[in-house]
Design a protein around this ligand. Sequence first.
Ligand code: GUN
Length: 301
Amino acid sequence: MSLDNLIDGRAIAKEVHTETELRVSGLKAVGIEPGLIFIRVGEDPASQVYVGMKERTAMKLGIRSQTVVLPNETPESELLDLVKQFNGDDTVHGILVQAPLPSHIDETKVFSTVSPEKDVDGFNPINVGKLMLGEKGGFVPCTPGGVHELLIRSGVIIEGAEVAILGRGNIVGKPMAAILCQKEPNANATATICHSRTLDVKRHCRSADIIVAAMGVPQFVKADMVKPGATVIDVGVNRIEDSSEEKGYRLIGDVDFEAVKNVAGKITPNPGGVGPMTIAMLMRNTVLAAEQQNGEGKISI
Ligand code: GUN
């Protein structure tokens, strides 16, 4: 595989950021400063890192952001009250409650409480429903939205493609399938969701033109599971203990990159593939939220 076959998520995220910055300037020109709230509950180390990265990117793009950190024992009702408070705050255009939440809190209830207009994660059932229905104007979840954008901007043919999605989670797998099978340009794919009870995952992968690996199993996708020339997108972020690393762990994806890169037509590195796009889509959703709440632009992407 030549370097040409690498899908550079950092470079594509930069392109999206440039577009977002322009829209931020447009909003500021009419006196609107996009505002984004992050809520984090507990001290999950990965969530601390992710929210920190999102906050820094927001600042760079001129989006005002604030992170509220609540203790792990916070009652569910207190978190719901906080979300409702931000729902009613006109200076806040987007609200993101970082998952995973402590086990005593019902994640679905929390996501349902975020006002659909401020739901930049796209997890409120109204936005989930709009995506399923193919309705415009809703928010598309950031990770599958970012994968879609990566595929489009790197020239992968989606129309008519067979796509194997590994993982049936609400954050990636299910919305990914909904995005790719829409009756729309840059969609019209045949998407198959494989999961832990799928009888022959390898068979589905071998016949796929595009594989999206999002099941959270380190290096699950091996070279012999990939059709030569297929596009392979690695969404996985797995922490593996490694005493040789200063932090005591390292992060690896769901794809055996070193082996698969020799078979794939296009492949995302990991890190540097999907991760930066998730953040880019969050920023774009926030600007869209600010535009829609102020009747500006009403751009539907
Ligand atoms: N945890 C992992 N991915 C996500 C995401 O996209 N949004 C939120 N809120 N939490 C996450």
